[in-house]
Design a protein around this ligand. Structure first.
Ligand code: MF3
Ligand code: CO
Length: 260
């Protein structure tokens, strides 16, 4: 069941998205060689709490942190720990902030220092595929148009799409219907309508699409241990127009010419 939101509710989702975006802007300042990933988690948690929000991932299904940390071959749901970032790594930071009862969800995969051209191309393609998906996410289109846009953009460029993990609706709950896979057929699935709030989040691999879950029950990595990239925005369809509620601007202002 897909909950359509009123304009007032969408404004609350927008507020949560703004908080998530600003928190990742703070995190971006610390994404440097030598930073332990638990430091990124602390920065995110303190920013959210100090600004009246709640770190929605913390305790969700038992997840022990504010952000998911996705270093190199980690696809999603990595747990922040003592690992220290190294030049040439990539690190996805996935965050959900709750504010005034509504959630905002986003993810950015950062290059740490200088990364190889191959890996930078993976990051760029994944980020571009997110915007391709958003472009296809319009009132009157079908969800499959979004899924297909992401898939074809990435596969044409030689990358693979993770099948087991999906985007989702969002609102009072972090995960609402519909599920939004990053693959699918045009013209299929639910009609996209005013009032929908959706998280589009391509998870794209350099090697094979296959994944494995680590014994911690959370960390999802590529089976071949080749790199994986992940970008996510929360969007809403309002008055026939799709608006991106989260923003990479705070992050990219910090990164300058190191942005993806
Ligand atoms: N932000 C993730 C998503 O895009 C959810 C994190 S899972 C959690 O759906 F359990 F850690 F919260
Ligand atoms: Co999400």
């Amino acid at each position: 069941m897909i909950y359509l939101k009123t304009p007032d509710e969408i404004e609350k989702v927008r507020g949560a998205c703004r908080l998530a975006s600003l928190a990742l802007g703070e995190v971006a300042k610390a994404v440097l060689p030598g930073t332990p990933t638990h430091r990124l988690d602390t920065i995110a948690r303190e920013y959210i709490v100090n600004n009246g929000g709640r770190p929605a991932c913390l305790g969700y299904g038992g997840f022990p942190a504010t952000v998911c940390i996705e270093v190199n071959e980690v696809v999603v749901h990595g747990i922040p720990d003592n690992y220290t970032l190294r030049e040439g790594d990539i690190v996805g930071v996935d965050i959900v902030a709750e504010l005034d009862g509504y959630n905002g969800d986003m993810c950015y995969t950062f290059p740490v220092g200088k990364v190889s051209d191959d890996v930078m191309a993976l990051l760029r393609t994944t980020k571009e595929s997110l915007y391709q998906g958003i472009e296809a996410c319009r009132e009157g289109h079908r969800l499959g148009d979004v899924c297909n846009a992401v898939q074809t953009y990435c596969e044409k460029r030689g990358y693979t799409v993770v099948r087991e993990m999906c985007g989702h609706g969002i609102g009072r709950k972090m995960h609402e219907d519909p599920e939004i896979p990053n693959y699918g057929r045009r013209g299929t699935g639910p009609l996209l309508r005013n009032g929908m709030c959706l998280c589009i989040e391509p998870m794209i691999n350099m090697g094979s699409r296959n994944i494995a879950i680590e014994p911690d029950g959370w960390t999802c990595r590529t089976r071949d241990r080749k790199p994986s990239a992940h970008f996510e925005h929360t969007v809403a369809i309002i008055d026939g127009k799709t608006e991106i509620l989260t923003s990479f601007d705070p992050i990219e202002q910090v990164l300058g010419d190191r942005k993806v």
